[in-house]
Ligand binder design. Structure first.
Ligand code: ATP
Ligand code: MG
Ligand code: MG
Ligand code: MG
Length: 436
């Protein structure tokens, strides 16, 4: 993309309404604009990040055998009356009435809808197990929307649902999803630690929250720093084998991790001193096993192997895709701006033309840019060099290729790595190879 022709508006001033770094930086870097309290429009750079996160989430869901669906944002109130949650959910649910006076709601989550859909299609135990997910907008009328997209009212969530024949199958599904989650977060370049959690309004008995460490987080967290060194992408797990899934689950939950509500001083004392990590955390995902809660209350059953009806066992699995944009920035920024992990960055690199109009600079920039115009951002504006450096640092591109008249004459660029600040003068082609 050429900066001179794109809609990537950056702000120099620090927006007064933003209390935390990620919110300030998202506004300053032109990723989002608020359109109403807790409701945001995604601008081109922000949308690219959102889509990159969604792509990684999708790939890892697919890799554990979950299938993507897309359900509507609006749901009939009657669906929620069947489970009893229409009244129980409270004021976070946005309730709507159509012209025929029928009650609707903007979905805050989709257990009822997926249970109903599954129940209409599944007839026998041979239709189990199944695992479905979607990435769709949700609405929760949060009492205090704040911190930008981290606690919005409208937000983008991956929500997944598993249906199993029995308890063991459901536990396997839960553990498989846990594997998908640690892999997803590692690919996103964040350390998200699974912590045992209460199940809240979803209900059920087994739940983990995935929490990122950030000073502005809403809960206190304590965990064993050894978790950070684990390579979950290299973990060998046979997804079809319960014992293998259990070994993975046991290993992962062997690292001490707890929010302040569940903190246990006795077990904490057993964690070696130098490995104790303590701070604030942000929830970026949560998984639940809740058995037959919805299949029983909504009377969804399939015929079992013995011909008798049985209620499938369920779990549900959420990831805050839009919250992650803020959470990643909370965990990865400095005074100058965002530092995007390579996997989610809106552009792989920015090419800074320090002297537009200079024939050698323009020619080298065009040659670099032509190698991948979809994923490179060419700063070809007639602006001061200082403004270009500042914008590139603010927007957080993993790499900057700086092209000035002296280097252009000899075919070299200055390559800067945003995360470390390291710079080196190298041949243009070598720079292209390095950022690949
Ligand atoms: P919180 O404790 O922050 O209110 P939650 O426990 O109510 O979140 P879940 O029902 O577990 O949320 O939903 C799954 C995920 O959706 C959360 O882990 C979070 O990442 C995301 N999420 C929930 N509420 C919001 C929101 N208001 N804005 C952005 N993301 C959200
Ligand atoms: Mg909530
Ligand atoms: Mg929560
Ligand atoms: Mg939660």
């Amino acid at each position: 993309m050429r900066l001179s022709r794109s809609f990537l508006p950056t702000l120099k001033e620090v927006p007064a309404e933003a209390q935390i770094a990620s919110h300030r930086l998202m506004l300053r870097a032109g990723l989002v604009r608020q359109t109403a309290s807790g409701i945001y429009a995604w601008l081109p750079a922000g949308l690219r990040v959102l889509q990159n996160i969604a792509r990684i989430v999708r790939e890892e869901q697919d890799a554990v055998g979950s299938q993507e669906v897309l359900m509507p944002t609006l749901q009939a109130a009657d669906l929620w009356r069947r489970s009893g949650r229409y009244d129980a959910y409270g004021p976070e649910m946005l309730r709507i009435r159509d012209r025929h006076e029928r009650d609707l709601l903007y979905g805050p989550t989709n257990e009822e809808m997926i249970t109903d859909i599954f129940g209409q299609m599944a007839k026998s135990y041979r239709d189990l197990p199944r695992n479905l997910y979607q990435i769709q907008w949700k609405f929760r009328d949060e009492v205090r929307p704040r911190f930008g997209v981290m606690r919005g009212r409208e937000f983008y969530m991956k929500d997944g649902y598993s249906f199993d024949l029995d308890y063991q199958g459901a536990v396997d599904s839960y553990r498989r999803m846990m594997l998908a989650y640690v892999r997803t977060f590692q690919r996103l370049g964040v350390v998200a630690i699974p912590m045992q959690a209460d199940t809240g309004p979803i209900g059920g008995e087994l739940s983990h929250e995935f929490i990122i460490l950030a000073p502005t987080g809403e809960s206190g967290v304590f965990f064993d720093g050894a978790f950070e060194d684990q390579d979950w992408l290299g973990e060998q797990v046979d997804q079809e084998n319960s014992d293998s899934l259990q070994r993975f689950f046991d290993r992962m939950t062997s690292f001490y991790a707890a929010t302040d509500e569940k903190h246990d001083e006795v077990r904490w004392a057993e964690v070696p001193h130098e490995r104790r990590r303590e701070g604030r955390g942000i929830e970026v995902g949560q998984i639940f096993y809740f058995g037959k809660k919805y299949t029983e209350s909504m009377d969804v059953s399939v015929s079992g192997p013995d011909g008798k009806p049985l209620h499938p066992e369920m779990g549900s699995y959420g990831i805050g895709v839009s919250r992650l944009v803020g959470a990643i920035i909370e965990a990865s920024h400095d005074e100058a701006g965002i530092i995007w992990p390579d996997s989610v960055a809106p552009f792989r690199a920015a090419i800074l033309n320090l002297k537009p109009g200079d024939a050698a600079c323009d020619a080298l920039c065009d040659r670099l840019y032509a190698t991948d115009p979809q994923n490179l951002l060419l700063d070809d504006r007639a602006d001061r060099a200082g403004a270009k450096f500042a914008d590139a640092d603010l927007m957080g591109h993993p790499w900057q290729l700086v092209v000035g008249p002296r280097g252009a004459a000899s075919g070299t660029v200055e390559l800067k790595r945003r995360a470390t600040g390291e710079r080196e003068e190298i041949a243009a082609d070598e720079a292209l190879a390095r950022i690949a």
